[in-house]
Design a protein around this ligand. Structure first.
Ligand code: NAP
Length: 344
């Protein structure tokens, strides 16, 4: 049997919610040698602790304060960036130029059109050419391009939940009718935050919508569904008083009436070989508890109006399929490991 060569891997942002989850997964990956774990501050305060509610465990590990020269000296083959958008936007080009493969969990390389960055992300892109090159890592829709990728833009958590559910239906969607995506996320979706708005007292027993018309995942969803500028996309994110999980409820219309069998067939074709996507029988809708702490997505649907419309529900763990486990799926495909390595 051919022995797969180990990859030298570093994580920047290892102390954050997605970075800690990544550390825990990669720690048990047979093909990975972790050669660097960094955060902005590092040190004693930089302990790597996964968010509550997952199954991932790590021994006591600390991130080191980030330093580019130190990272280069560790000679990684692959670097995961679990950092804020602006940090990734600056760092990724330097790593790619140095011949290091990068998997970026931020939104810095997800949008094809650089002109969208100032309005949606608040910065002008330093290396717009890399936006064309970056592979948008919605793993199940990537085919072979991950194999030669220098830069992978890991999808956002809300877009992952929505695109996995709606991409198989692209050719039957009626784009003259609004595509309505009503998504609810646990609080870890916003990363580790210390301000009052994210405190237990403010969130417990509460439930609210936010960012309607201004959430930066909106252009990513529009791009991923090929909706162009004209089709109406209504994306309403909500904050759930839970730590993990995203449940998206999507309301769509079809150009012609569909049967449950036809829709099930489209999903079956799309996900026949997808180890982490489960599609439920028609009329059964998924629940968060089925996927929390796992790398799985679950999708269910119910037809309405004689098959002219549907309500589709999808669930993921935002820190796993919405971030870290999807990043590892991409890494596995990029490096020739089994897609499920370290994930089951
Ligand atoms: N949370 C989610 O569900 C989710 C899902 C998908 C994608 N994402 C994206 O993934 C990225 C990380 O999200 P998160 O939720 O894990 O955030 P987080 O909990 O706030 O963690 C951010 C991490 O980045 C580090 N960092 C910040 N500035 C840095 C710098 N200049 N140099 C080196 N390290 C730096 C932080 O270190 P210190 O703590 O020491 O400052 C921390 O380790 C973001 O771009 C986010 O949009 C998040």
């Amino acid at each position: 049997m051919v022995q797969q060569q180990q990859k030298r891997v570093a994580i920047v942002g290892a102390t954050g919610y997605t970075g800690a989850e990544l550390t825990a997964i990669l720690f048990r990956h047979a093909g990975v040698e972790l050669v660097g774990l960094y955060s902005s501050t590092g040190g004693k305060g930089g302990e790597i602790v996964p968010a509550p509610g997952g199954q991932a465990r790590v021994p006591v590990l600390h991130g080191e304060p980030f330093d580019l020269e130190k990272l280069f000296a560790a000679t990684p083959d692959v670097v995961f960036l679990a950092t804020p958008n602006e940090v990734s936007a600056t760092l990724a080009p330097k790593l790619v130029d140095a011949g290091i493969q990068v998997i970026d969990l931020s939104g810095a390389f997800r949008l094809d059109d650089p002109s969208l960055y100032p309005s949606w992300y608040g910065f002008t892109h330093e290396r717009p050419a890399l936006l064309n090159e970056a592979v948008y890592g919605l793993t199940e829709w990537c085919n072979g391009e991950l194999k030669k990728a220098r830069l992978v833009a890991n999808p956002g958590c809300y877009p992952t939940s929505i695109l996995l559910a709606l991409r198989p239906l692209t050719y039957v969607l009626d784009r003259d009718q609004p595509v309505i995506c009503d998504s609810k996320s646990g609080v870890s979706g916003a990363g580790k935050k210390a301000d009052v708005a994210w405190s237990f007292a403010e969130l417990y027993g509460n439930f609210k919508a936010y960012g309607v018309g201004s959430h930066r995942h909106e252009p990513e969803i529009r791009q991923g569904l090929h909706l162009g500028d004209k089709a109406t996309l209504v994306f309403v994110p909500h904050l759930l008083p839970t730590v993990r999980g995203i449940l998206s409820t999507m309301h769509v219309a079809f150009t012609a009436a569909q049967t449950s069998e036809q829709i099930s067939e489209l999903y079956a074709k799309a996900y026949a070989n997808a180890p982490f996507v489960r599609v439920l029988p028609a009329g059964q809708l998924p629940e968060l508890k089925n996927v929390i702490g796992t790398p799985h997505a679950e999708i269910g649907f119910t037809l309405l109006n004689g098959g002219k419309r549907a309500v589709i529900v999808s669930v993921i763990d935002n820190l796993q399929k919405g971030a870290a486990s999807q990043a590892v799926q991409n890494f596995n495909r990029m490096c020739g490991f089994a897609e499920t390595e370290a994930l089951q």
